[in-house]
Design a protein around this ligand. Structure first.
Ligand code: ING
Length: 309
């Protein structure tokens, strides 16, 4: 019996360092309305949606860095977003830089239900890149410098008519991310990302960035029998190119909707949540088929080590 879930992805084009929160929120409001007009009930916004991807820039002065963070959520800048979503009866995922009362910095996403209530929070666990300044690189990847590792793990919430989990960008490269949420019976995982096209470490063909992005989302969706919705912030942000490829992936592993621009673009799909049932029942029936007693290395080891004797 089909169980429909109207999912929308609000892909964003670039947000430049000089763009204000007000300008960004105005763009997001447009896309919320567009999503509603297409019958969506939940909208995914990108990672760090309110500002430029500032980890691309070396900053010594902490007060300059802190300008990219939100000290409360919601706050006057984003309140229009909460109000409009509630008005439209839309739930949404919002990625932003969180500065807590205790002065901790996280790359965070929140889950807002259709009544405008924050029902979930996720703090990015897998922080890619480096903490030191690489002056010769075309841009920096300073998430390890500006953020703490998330302290709340990967959770799943029963809200907006499904069981939905969250992650952020680099998390999509780690199978553990989706398996931990699959083991909490997630039917949908949503995420935002900001991913540069250029590899600063070696001359990688740019097409592989998109290929790996799709490969990973398709694999993790299928092997956990869940729907995945991924929202890019993309295009040339102050000269640094990030690719688009926002998409919705079914539990079959097929991409059912995909953005075709690198600007503000809404894609939608009327997901049938029951599509995962057969895979959970016959192929990925964790309870019947998994053998954790043989997986212990995954938790006991951080880096690769010697073969087990
Ligand atoms: N960005 C990139 C990502 O994981 C990256 C960084 C790109 C790491 C390609 C490894 C390979 O998509 C963020 N923000 O995590």
């Amino acid at each position: 019996m089909s169980r429909k879930f109207g999912l929308a992805i609000a892909q964003m084009g670039p947000v430049h360092r000089t763009d204000t929160r007000m300008q960004v929120v105005k763009r997001l409001l447009e896309m919320l309305r567009e999503a509603k007009s297409r019958g969506a009930e939940f909208v995914v916004l990108p990672e760090l949606a309110l500002t430029t991807f500032f980890p691309h820039h070396w900053m010594e002065d902490q007060s300059e860095v802190d300008r990219f963070f939100e000290r409360s959520m919601p706050n006057p800048d984003v309140q229009p977003l909460f109000d409009e979503a509630k008005q439209l009866g839309l739930g949404f995922y919002l990625g932003y830089a969180e500065l807590t009362e205790r002065g901790e910095h996280y790359n965070t996403s929140i889950l807002i239900d259709r009544e405008g209530k924050i029902v979930g929070r996720y703090r990015k666990v897998h922080l890619p890149g480096h903490g030191d300044h690489k002056p010769d690189a075309p841009f920096q990847l300073l998430e390890k410098r500006y953020f703490l590792v998330g302290d709340e793990g990967f959770k799943v919430w029963s809200t907006v008519g499904t069981k939905i989990g969250m992650c952020i960008c680099n998390d999509r490269r780690w199978p553990e991310t989706f398996r931990v949420m699959g083991l909490q019976s997630a039917e949908v995982v949503v995420l935002g990302y900001n991913t540069p096209s250029h590899n600063i470490h070696w001359n990688e063909s740019p097409h592989l960035r998109m290929f790996h992005h799709q490969l990973l989302l398709q694999a993790h969706a299928h092997e956990n029998a869940l729907w995945v919705g991924a929202a890019a912030k993309c295009g040339f942000e102050d000269g640094c190119h990030m690719f688009g490829g926002s998409c919705i992936v079914a539990p079959t592993g097929e991409i059912v909707a995909q953005a075709s621009t690198e600007g503000d673009e809404v894609i939608t799909y009327n997901c049938d949540l029951s599509l995962g049932d057969n895979f959970r029942k016959h192929v990925f029936d964790f309870a019947r088929h998994r053998r954790p007693e043989h997986y212990r290395l995954i938790v006991e080891r951080v880096g690769a080590g010697d073969p087990i004797p």
